[in-house]
Design a protein around this ligand. Structure first.
Ligand code: 5AD
Length: 350
């Protein structure tokens, strides 16, 4: 099945479900080997880094899995100022970051005018850097305005392409329909778009994951973010088990084979459930890591799940350690905007 997936970049639904459910170590190792070969064909042994800036933990949403959900009264809320965000970029630029990811809850306190002004200033100071936004669902007009200000990429996980699972993970007032509308709007407006889901989200089955993969085949995203579900004690899903390391690694390989040139991060959540999780992710087909450039007080308060990695190689100061650990497994961190292979000046060429 690994060879067929590598050759055809797709499998009929029943076989896809079967592969996702497969726990055979031989199959998994064949997927990993094939994925590494494809990854090297498009990206060599380069690992792109993104400076993650957690700009706010205010959120209007109440997603059942998320630690910063609005009904979690235990969270101390914060919102970074323009100056604080630009200070993170300055530190990051010196360290070699050429992409900044502004991520936050859906915080009504950040108006389009504020974000526009911020992005214009980032682009003025760092014209050689990409700006990625990860700020949730906004109106099409807002996405257009932020794109016009210079934002290059947008991350918005669909979380679950299956409407029943989506409904179980989210409060009634949220809809899969609007989520998908946002993703298509972002694409049409000309962002490089990222989508994704949590592996092992409560109630998730291989069928649900197959639906996510099929949705992504239609969307053709430039980036895909997956990481294990990790419980947070102050959520309704506190007692649910975390997603597994092996399942996440296998899905990274499957994604690399289905989307050969996609930008695929070994996520913080993966590094949280296993000490060498990110290195294993890179060896399974991932080609991006996203070290955290947020001020320490923000890192401590931006708790989507418990035990989030927030020191050592995760902190920007630990970049040297991350460099070393990537080199130890045969890859190297590069100073580069790291656009999707085949993406030039806002256009896809492959
Ligand atoms: N475990 C793992 N990932 C989570 N996210 C939110 N809560 C959790 C959790 N408990 C992910 C969501 C979101 C991204 C920013 O973080 O998929 O899209």
């Amino acid at each position: 099945m690994a060879a067929r997936l590598a050759a055809e970049e797709q499998l009929p639904r029943e076989e896809l479900i079967c592969l996702i459910a497969c726990r055979d170590e031989e199959v998994r190792s064949a997927l990993r080997t094939a994925a590494e070969a494809v990854r090297k064909k498009y990206y060599g042994t380069d690992v792109y880094i993104r400076g993650l800036i957690e700009i706010s933990n205010y959120c209007r949403n109440d997603c059942l899995y998320c630690g910063i959900r609005r009904s979690n009264a235990a969270v101390q809320r914060y919102r970074l100022t323009k100056e604080e965000i630009l200070a993170c970029c300055e530190i990051g630029y010196e360290l070699g970051f050429r992409t900044f990811v502004l991520q936050g809850g859906e915080d009504g306190g950040y108006t389009d005018a504020f974000l526009e002004d911020l992005i214009l200033e980032q682009k003025r100071r760092y014209p050689d850097c990409a700006v990625t936004l990860s700020l949730g669902e906004r109106s099409r007009e807002s996405y257009e305005r932020l794109r016009a200000a210079g934002a290059d990429r947008y991350l918005l996980r669909q979380e679950a392409a299956d409407p029943v699972l989506y409904g179980r993970l989210h409060p009634r007032e949220m809809s899969l329909e609007n989520r998908i509308r946002c993703l298509w709007d972002l694409k049409e407006i000309g962002y490089q778009v990222g989508c994704g889901f949590m592996v092992g989200a409560p109630g998730q089955t291989p069928e649900h994951i197959a639906a996510d993969l099929e949705f992504m085949k239609k969307l053709k995203p430039q980036m895909i973010g997956i990481g294990p579900y990790v419980p947070h004690r102050d959520t309704p899903f506190a007692g649910e088990p975390a997603g597994s390391l092996e399942q996440t690694l296998m899905l990274l390989s499957v994604l690399r084979l289905m989307f050969p040139s996609v930008l695929l991060p070994a996520t913080t959540a993966l590094g949280t459930i296993a000490k060498n999780g990110r290195e294993l992710g890179i060896c399974s087909g991932a080609n991006v890591v996203m070290p955290n450039l947020s001020p320490q007080y923000a890192k401590d308060k931006y708790m989507l799940y418990n035990n989030k990695l927030r020191s050592g190689a995760e902190a920007a100061e630990g970049l040297a350690m991350l460099r070393q650990s990537m080199e130890a497994v045969g890859y190297q961190i590069v100073t580069d905007r790291g656009d999707c292979a085949g993406w030039t000046n806002g256009e896809e060429t492959n």
